[in-house]
Design a protein around this ligand. Structure first.
Ligand code: ZN
Length: 472
């Protein structure tokens, strides 16, 4: 009796612990109304470029990646925007900021600060965005005592609590906004450094020892702010559209060259480090900074790089394709492609993306740190179907449990597109099982013919193993 063969591997979950407090800061800046994907120069993405996978960013990729990062560790992750959501594409010319509020509302931003372009249509042009947005807006250096329309619409700072730890986030905006945009006579801009100093003092007095600035001030200004004003741990910036990656002049994963390291480490007056980050513009990249704080709230360690929001293959497909490909090499008799044509991996087994460029053994261990074995097992088609159903049973855009199965590319075609609809009848008895195999044999492809004899599936992780046991 033919039955599917599975590769199995078992996972031992290793949990890394470290002293102090870990925080992941996801950040955006200068989105400039880039709702849709763009080409590599941040220009319009033509359909043929999109079809070739040569476009980047766009609100869908941005939200997908934000959710992916945050869902991995929600109690230790915050999302910030450093301003200039307005102005840059037709979306703004037509919707005048409503588009920004509409999409940003789906992201659950922890805080946003104003950019100069938020005032391009005057205070009255900013109000629809403010009235519609559902996330806190912060700025410490704007004086709106003569502008009733903006009073009560924002605070100087916000204290976010994550895992019992208080994180103070302060907003700030370049003083020249007065000339760069149209805030009118009623909005005054105070000195950023003085305003930051007094807000930091206020927060520290409340027992907040982690201080993050989110500001629209420019890369050079941010470095000076970090150097001159004591007590800031991280500055999430914008305005100069700076691409920070590795040391200055290094080419990033796309066409941009680095203007400085991500993060740029600045020594504060008290000798401690402040991390300055910014993430280009238009949402081509997403910023992701991991920071470790000691018990005094000082930065001790950090890592991270901007994530290029491209159309690259999902690591899950890549890994499962590699499992199939590796096994193929060990065969090659009788013109058979393989006896294990399908690989399955639970999403929870993938811990990180792979950044384009040289890939080291360390990178691979970061993606799959569990040291699993890969095994081949044999199961029935019915079990395979139940596995797939279990895999998607609790899946949604906001909840993506680790049980969701990643599958090798061919499997998606073979199972999902072609056979799933017929599986019900197919799997009722032996005859049914043969039907599926017969179906495969009608394929002219060597690959499909190979799976006639055994539908082989590679599986990882204990949870999947349990499913197999349950349904077999
Ligand atoms: Zn700006």
């Amino acid at each position: 009796m033919f039955a599917p063969v599975f590769l199995l591997c078992l996972t031992s979950v290793l949990y890394q612990t470290s002293f102090g407090f870990n925080l992941t800061i996801i950040h955006t800046n200068d989105i400039h109304a880039h709702v849709e994907e763009m080409n590599k120069y941040a220009g319009e993405c033509k359909p043929e470029e999109s079809a070739r996978g040569q476009c980047f960013g766009g609100v869908a990729r941005r939200l997908t990646k934000v959710n992916e990062i945050r869902n991995a560790n929600p109690d230790h992750t915050i999302l910030l925007d450093a301003g200039d959501q307005f102005q840059g594409t037709l979306w703004f010319n037509i919707y005048k900021g409503i588009e920004a509020a509409t999409f940003m509302n789906k992201f659950n931003y922890d805080a946003m600060t104003f950019g100069n372009h938020e005032f391009d249509n005057g205070v009255s042009g900013l109000l629809p965005f403010l009235n519609m947005s559902n996330f806190p807006i912060i700025n410490c250096n704007m004086d709106v005592s003569n502008e009733p329309d903006l009073q009560g619409k924002f605070n100087k700072s916000i204290v976010i609590e994550k895992s019992g730890k208080k994180i103070g986030v302060i907003g700030y905006l370049i003083e020249e906004t007065e000339f760069l945009s149209n805030p009118g006579e009623t909005v005054k801009f105070n000195d950023v450094k003085e305003s930051m100093r007094s807000e930091i003092t206020k927060l520290k007095a409340q027992g907040v020892d982690i201080i993050i600035g989110v500001g629209h001030y420019g890369y050079g200004n941010d470095m000076r702010l970090a150097k001159e004003v004591d007590g800031i741990d991280v500055l999430v910036g914008g305005h100069t559209h700076s691409f920070l990656y590795k040391e200055a002049g290094t080419k990033g994963p796309s066409v941009e060259k680095s203007e400085g390291p991500y993060p740029t480490v600045v020594t504060r007056p008290d000798g401690k480090p402040c991390l300055v980050v910014q993430v280009f513009f238009a949402g081509k990249y997403l910023g992701r900074l991991h920071v470790n704080f000691d018990n005094q709230g000082d930065v001790t360690r950090w890592s991270g790089l901007p994530i290029l929001l491209d159309s690259s293959v999902q690591p899950g497909n890549l890994i499962t394709d590699a499992m199939v490909a590796y096994h193929v090499k060990s065969l090659g008799q009788n013109g058979e492609w393989t006896d294990a044509a399908i690989a399955v991996l639970n999403s929870g087994g993938i811990r990180a993306p792979i950044v384009q460029g040289n890939i080291t053994r360390g990178d691979i261990l970061t993606v799959q740190p569990f040291g699993n074995n890969v095994d081949i097992i044999t199961i029935t088609g019915l079990t395979l179907k139940k596995m797939l159903e279990h895999s998607v049973a609790k899946y949604s855009n906001t909840d993506r449990p680790g049980a969701f199965l990643q599958m090798s590319d061919d499997s998606i075609f073979e199972i999902t597109a072609k056979y799933l609809s017929t599986m019900d009848q197919v799997m009722m008895g032996d005859e049914g099982r043969i039907t599926i195999l017969t179906d495969c044999s009608t394929s002219s492809s060597q690959r499909h013919r190979a799976s006639i004899h055994f539908i082989a599936v590679f599986v990882t992780v204990v949870t999947s193993f349990n499913i197999i046991m349950k349904y077999s």
